[in-house]
Design a protein around this ligand. Structure first.
Ligand SMILES: *Cc1c(COP(=O)(O)O)cnc(C)c1O
Length: 392
């Protein structure tokens, strides 16, 4: 039996306070992200790996743990169920037992932003939003534009002027209203907030509505299925706003409640750019929240995120998993884009290069060992960064 059920309610990640799920909503009253909660006990036994295994090859295969109730509102462009590639030459190069690359560059619009925005736009459509808006470092903007077009909803995108040119062209070709700003994603957020106040736009900013994280969490379910029903020893994730890392961490908890896994978890590692590393700095200082990074600069535009509303959720996942956080320079990311490409045939985004670049540092610090099986996230296609050069 396959019944799309939707969430039972939303829960504040700060205070635990409950909220009604069938309404357009942003942050909780405490200013924290809201998580969708499901009646997992009642679907346990029905929503199983055996049941899911033959389903459609996109993220809607997990519909019981997704929030959209009406199948007509499941807006899809084929997002999710991306290849998990074994990379033996990269494993040799890095001196670990195994390396897999989760190639999110093969999503619609060339990045894993398609997962989150696919869900957020579907749900906004279902709940009656009429105009959508978001600040973006680039890829979220093109994903929002794509799903807005597919849903027939107008989208306003505000991005820094120096966003990679291929992404700007893409956003325009997908019919969105594009505004360029001299500044960072945080400055773009202020323009969106003004549009929300003046024109009633619905704000799709990372973790400021509850459903982008629901799209990204499907990566956790997928990894488990694609590894023949187990999880890797370590996951290295290029972290901006952290939605994917927070989402996978949420997925693992759900999977435990559903009986798919036990209490085991991969070590979760954040990698950021040396020129914008607020989570790494907070991690090294042992803090629970991250201060905003001043003067953020890196050619990995997805990592040029000086502050994150989900900072405490990221840091908590790193701590609970026995993981950690490291920063790498742009030049080193670029060298690893080259090495990954030649080793595997995957033309990675700089953010993907960063994950491989993190491994030697993690090994040196004893956080990853020679016997470990490591999963690297290539979060986007290198084609989206053509013409961009390392800054440091
Ligand atoms: C947005 C983005 C990231 C960061 O993702 P978060 O979930 O916001 O941390 C990493 N890589 C690419 C290519 C991105 O577009």
């Amino acid at each position: 039996m396959r019944v799309p059920r939707g969430a039972t309610h939303l829960e504040c990640t700060g205070t635990g306070e409950r909220y009604e799920s069938e309404q357009l909503i942003g942050l909780s009253a405490a200013g924290k992200p809201l998580f969708a909660r499901y009646d997992l006990d009642s679907i346990r036994g029905m929503f199983t790996p055996d049941e899911v295994t033959c389903r459609r090859a996109d993220l809607w295969r997990y519909e019981e743990v997704l929030p959209v109730r009406d199948p007509a509102c499941q807006i899809t462009l084929g997002e999710g169920w991306t290849p998990l590639l074994e990379a033996p030459r990269t494993a040799d190069r890095l001196g670990v037992a195994k390396v897999w690359i989760k190639d999110e560059g093969q999503n619609p619009t060339g990045s894993f932003k398609a997962r989150g925005l696919g869900l957020a736009v579907s749900r906004a459509l279902e709940l009656g939003a009429e105009e959508l808006a978001l600040p973006s470092a680039g890829n979220a903007g093109s994903a929002a534009a794509a799903f807005g077009a597919a849903a027939g909803l107008p989208v306003h995108v505000v991005v820094p002027r120096d966003t990679p040119a291929p992404i700007l062209e893409e956003i325009q070709a997908l019919g969105a209203d594009l505004q360029l700003l001299d500044g960072l994603i945080t400055d773009c957020g202020q323009v969106v907030r003004r549009g929300v106040a003046e024109h009633g736009w619905f704000d799709l900013s990372t973790l400021k509505e509850p459903y982008r994280v629901e799209g990204k969490k499907t990566m956790g379910y997928e990894i488990f299925e694609q590894l023949d029903r187990r999880l890797p020893d370590a996951i290295v994730y290029p972290t901006g706003g952290g939605t994917g890392l927070i989402g996978m961490w949420k997925a693992f908890d759900e999977m435990e409640r559903l009986g798919w896994i036990g209490s085991e978890r991969p070590k979760m590692f954040t990698v950021q750019a040396a020129g914008c590393a607020p989570m790494v700095r907070a991690w090294e200082r042992g803090e629970t929240h991250a201060e905003v990074w001043q003067g953020a600069s890196t050619y990995a535009s997805g990592l040029r995120v000086p502050g994150a509303v989900g900072d405490f959720l990221i840091l908590n996942a790193l701590r609970e998993s026995g993981g950690g956080a490291v920063a790498v320079k742009d030049q080193v990311m670029r060298d690893w884009v080259q090495a990954l490409g030649a080793d595997t045939g995957v033309f990675a985004a700089p953010e993907g290069g960063a994950t491989a670049a993190a491994v030697p540092i993690l090994k040196e610090r004893g956080l990853v060992g020679e016997g470990d099986e490591v999963l690297l996230f290539n979060t986007g296609s290198g084609l989206k960064y053509v013409g961009m050069t390392p800054i440091d």
